[in-house]
Design a protein around this ligand. Structure first.
Ligand code: G1P
Length: 326
C-alpha cells in the first residue's frame, strides 16, 4: 500500500479547458454554434465547467478554442447593449445573470489550429501555463457542485507534488469508450496509485474498470512529454499516452495518482446523455424542480402506453423490459 504525504501550501491557480471540438454529434445545432454553448437547462455547458474551476480556487481559466467559437468569448465578455437595456427596465435579476458569467473568472483564449487530439490541445496551453502545475477540465462532463472533486484532486497533487486524474468505476462493458487505469490502493480509500493507463482499450484488454473522467491535475513536465508523444488511438496525440509515460517513468516525475469519484456526474457528450443530464439537473433545481418533477412523474406514468408493443424499454435499475400488451 502506498502512503500519502501531507498537504503542501496551495500553489495551483490555472485551469485549462479544451473547447476546440466540432461537436458533430449535435448537428445541426452545432453547425454555427459551439457545442460548449448548448444550454443545460438555462446555462451553457461551458459555464458549469468554468464555475467548477472557480469553486476549486482556479480563477485563471484558459479556453483552448478553434474556428466558430466566438460565442464562447462573447459569453464571458461584457454585453453592453443588453446590459443597458436591462438597466433601463430595472430588471435586476436578468442583469445579474448577464453579469455573472462576465465576472466569473479571468478567462483567456488560445486557438488549437489543427485538430490533432486532446494531448495537442493541452500542449497549446504551454505558453500560458508556464512552469506551474495546472488543472485540465473537459467540457463533456459536468460534476455536481455539491460533490467537489477538483478540490480533492488539488489537495493530492499539491501534497504529493504529483499528477492526478479523476477516476470513476463503471460497468466493464463501458471501458472501451474511455482512458482506463491500472491501479493499486493507498492509505486513503479515495486515492489510488496508477501503475498504467491505456486509451480506449478493447473490453477484454482493459486493465480495470476505473475510467478517466475529464478532470486532470498536471505537472508542467507533461508539456515535454506531449511534445514527444506520437499519435495514438484514432491517429490523435492522446493525453492518456503521455500520462502512461509518466506512470511508467522515474519516481522523480512524481508518478500518477487517481482520485476515485463517487458523486454525481452529468455526461453531456452525446445526445441521449445530454437529455438525461438536463432532466436530472432541472429536477433538482430549486426554482424549476418542484413543477418539473410533478410534470415528469405524470408524463412518465403514461409513457409506456405510447410505446408500441414489442419495443424494449431500458430501466437502469431492473435492466430491459419488453413492452407487452396490457
Ligand atoms: C477523452 C480522453 C479519455 C477520457 C475521456 C473522458 O476522451 O481521451 O481518456 O476517458 O475524455 O470523458 P474523449 O471522450 O474526448 O474521446
Amino acid at each position: 500500500m502506498v502512503t500519502l504525504r501531507s498537504m503542501a501550501p496551495k500553489s495551483i491557480t490555472k485551469a485549462v479547458i479544451p473547447a476546440a471540438g466540432m461537436g458533430t454529434r449535435f448537428l445541426p445545432a452545432t453547425k454555427a454554434m459551439p457545442k460548449e454553448m448548448l444550454p443545460v437547462v438555462d446555462t451553457p455547458a461551458i459555464q458549469y465547467v468554468v464555475q467548477e474551476a472557480v469553486d476549486a480556487g482556479l480563477h485563471d481559466v484558459l479556453l483552448v478554442t478553434g474556428r466558430n467559437k466566438n460565442a464562447l468569448e462573447n459569453h464571458f465578455d461584457r454585453a453592453a447593449e443588453l446590459e443597458a437595456q436591462l438597466e433601463r427596465k430595472g430588471d435586476v435579476d436578468k442583469l445579474a445573470k448577464v453579469n455573472f458569467s462576465t465576472e466569473l473568472a479571468d478567462v483567456h483564449y488560445v486557438r488549437q489550429g489543427d485538430p490533432k487530439g486532446l494531448g495537442h490541445a493541452v500542449l497549446r496551453a504551454r505558453q500560458h501555463v508556464g512552469h506551474e502545475s495546472f488543472a485540465v477540465l473537459l467540457g463533456d462532463d459536468i460534476i455536481d457542485q455539491r460533490d467537489p472533486l477538483l478540490t480533492k484532486m488539488l489537495e493530492v497533487a499539491e501534497g504529493q507534488n504529483t499528477t492526478v486524474v479523476a477516476l470513476l468505476e463503471v460497468d466493464p462493458s463501458q471501458t472501451y469508450l474511455y482512458g482506463v487505469a491500472a491501479v493499486e490502493p493507498t492509505d486513503d480509500p479515495d486515492v489510488v496509485k496508477i501503475t498504467g493507463l491505456v486509451e480506449k482499450p478493447k473490453v477484454e484488454d482493459a486493465p480495470s474498470n476505473y475510467i478517466i473522467v475529464g478532470r486532470y491535475v498536471l505537472r508542467p513536465e507533461i508539456f515535454d512529454i506531449l511534445e514527444e508523444t506520437q499519435p495514438g488511438k484514432g491517429g490523435e496525440i492522446q493525453l492518456t499516452d503521455a500520462l502512461q509515460t509518466l506512470a511508467a517513468g522515474p519516481e522523480s516525475l512524481g508518478g500518477v495518482y487517481g482520485v476515485v469519484f463517487r458523486g454525481r456526474r452529468y455526461d453531456t457528450g452525446d445526445r441521449l446523455d445530454y437529455l438525461k443530464s438536463i432532466v436530472r439537473i432541472a429536477a433538482d433545481r430549486e426554482d424549476l424542480g418542484p413543477d418539473f418533477r410533478s410534470w415528469l412523474i405524470s408524463y412518465a406514468a403514461q409513457l409506456p402506453e405510447q410505446i408500441p408493443v414489442g419495443e424494449v424499454l431500458h430501466n437502469p435499475n431492473t435492466g430491459t423490459i419488453p413492452v407487452v400488451a396490457s
